[in-house]
Design a protein around this ligand. Sequence first.
Ligand code: EPZ
Length: 419
Amino acid sequence: MSCFTVYAADMPVSGEVSISGAKNSALPELAAAVLCESAVLENCPRLSDIEAAAEILKTSGFTFKRTGETVFVEPNGKKSAAVPAKLCGKMRSSVLFLAPLLCRFGESAVYMPGGCCLGSRPVDLHLYALEKLGAKTQTNGDMISASAQSGLLGAEISLPLPSVGATETAIMAAACAKGESVVINPALEPEIEDLCRFLNSAGAEISFGREIKIKGKNGLLGRALHRVMPDRIEAGTYLAAAAITGGELFLKNAEAGNIAPFIGILEDMGCIIKSGGKNIYIDAPKHLYLPEYVETAPYPAFPTDLQPQLTALLSVGDGKCLVRENIFESRLGHIPQLKKMGADIEIHDERTFTVRGLNGPLESKRVRACDLRCGAALLLAGLAAENGNCVDGGEYILRGYEDICKKMSLIGVKIKYRA
Ligand code: EPZ
């Protein structure tokens, strides 16, 4: 089990952080590269999840090369429509390869994806979208397969809930179907709009909006060239680092508009935040006031991927806050670990809890991450503990935060990672 150690913290961070490309854009875009004659993806972050996606591409008949922050994906003439179980188990995004491989090879198979344990995380809506487009799907144990030997036909795909992944599956499949499609009640996360820009750069005809309209090309796409958008969750995590230490940070390549609800919460807590172009500046007070209530919801509301980080921040502020997690049925794994560090949090049920701020530091303890954002929350908690902390399960954090030790050290944090 790998471990991050934060030393002698409880001091304000200060300086400049350059935000990397978004993990949750780059991953669907690498899957969508399967639909393209070739793909060039700029600003692609170096993350273990990206490496896992590269392995799936290489296994599926593609080359994956990286020069700096740019990756190049090309078909290598081989055909392999089934992604091995060991590769699927590494992350949730493996399911995103089902639709592209189906479009390219007429059939595909993946295994139930791995990734963060945030509840059941079914893939029924991915299969629903493919069936609406005319594919046959089958689930046999952990294996999920799809076939459409005579191609896909455009259709109306009405999602019962705005699933990010199912929206991405629907868009990718519809882009190569024959005829027009519309996705009703889609997820509207910025990462999905970014995927549409990627696909349109390769000749797709997708118009992103409250309903996503796609004119299918009745075949594969051309050469994609796209720059991955900045990672809004990474940006929010560093804003939380400033807030939890009463520090001051300047974020480069960060778009405030994509995390406006989170910025609003930080301002209500007492932080001064200014943004312009692709930068965000935060100056945080030592004394933070808790909001009375916060809940997560689909974009453009407060994102679930910043809920664990906010919970760590609430733990050291002044006041009481009721938090409700509306997206995942069990995204509270960070709470027992924060309580181990002295946080005063009462869990009411699998989606709601109350934080009573300590109005002071947390205790330095050894804690364990159970998923990516839980790990990020525990690192933040270490910044607010007098002698830092140790976070086991550090490999979770490497899935979503590029160069985190270097970036944290540049803003004054003494941190070490041991594999
Ligand atoms: C994406 O996961 C993100 N991952 C998650 O980020 C993020 O938390 C989530 O969207 C919500 O914003 C990537 O983009 C790689 P969903 P995804 O489908 O697509 C239910 C991180 O930390 N659902 O919107 O899996 C599901 O159970 C990760 O970077 C179905 O019922 O999320 C959940 O309750 C964590 N059937 C809800 O929808 C389905 O077929 C939202 O899931 C699919 C989903």
